[in-house]
Design a protein around this ligand. Sequence first.
Ligand code: ATP
Length: 333
Amino acid sequence: MAKKTVTVFRGDGIGPEITDAVIRILNAAGADLDYEIYNVGEAEYEAHGALIPEEAFASMERNHVLLKSPITTPVGRGFRSLNVFLRKKYDLYANIRPAKSNHAVKTPFQGVDIVIFRENTEDLYVGVEEQIDQDTIHATKIITRGASRRICRDAFEYARAHGRKKVTCVHKANILKMSDGLFRDVFYEISAGYPDIEADDKIVDNVSMQMVMNPWQFDVMVMPNLYGDMLSDLASGLIGGLGLLPSSNLGENYAMFEAVHGSAPDIAGKGIANPTAFLWSACMMLEYLGQMECAARIRRSVDRVLEEGAFNTPDIGGTATTEEYVNEIIRLL
Ligand code: ATP
């Protein structure tokens, strides 16, 4: 079988460092991949006048799979957010964020294993804001039956395929009776097709408290865009921080894999970025492409390094550099 070619965006801030780290590990692990790698973001804009060059879009459209490191969206460059733009352009409607604690990473929350399904294309992220008068701004929240249906369906399909027991719908339908009410109603309509999986719903404020008091009660969770944004950062806090939370963004025709964290400009260039979230995103990409064994080998190696602890990066309590951490993962592969 021909090697699969994937598109890679090197991004801003810590983006280039963690991209190079991850490609080194993928190569060392024998991933059956070719890469088309593009610099994107602020530096690319300064050099060539486009945040994302046309060739990079063309590559994504050819390969249908993108491994994307964090990009800073510069103010005043015509984009509200490049990330939101990419998700919309390629209709990457399902943002899947698995938050699983690792016993090697110190946190009071061992044994957490939550998968968040965040609707990725609508809600307040449609970015429609309107000035009504000098002292009044309206922001539009959009919830549609179609978008709600496909994200809820994907959450239940995932639960069934991965032997999960429960899907929880998160909403604020007590206040947003029509919009979040529609999302919750669709959730229960879809759940009827999955009698083998428990379905329940909870209000987002309650969930925020419950995730801290008793995160073990949650399994798969599905929610509109904004709550997904917030609760996945909360989930990353449970498992040891942003450096550990990967994600996939899936649509009918395209797939994009990225870390949940941003470009972390405060530590860029210092050689101490934690590449784990991006590496696990690459593992999700390998699994998506059917390269299970390679993904498993990388995951095992990362687990051993984290467990040993001597090569952990500062964000999770260690003193190692990105390079030392990566070298040790490669040594153990
Ligand atoms: P965005 O708005 O793009 O999500 P942000 O500025 O809100 O970005 P991040 O860039 O994710 O947030 O950074 C938040 C904090 O987490 C920063 O202090 C950053 O250094 C830290 N951080 C994020 N990612 C990593 C990482 N991979 N390794 C180490 N620290 C990280």
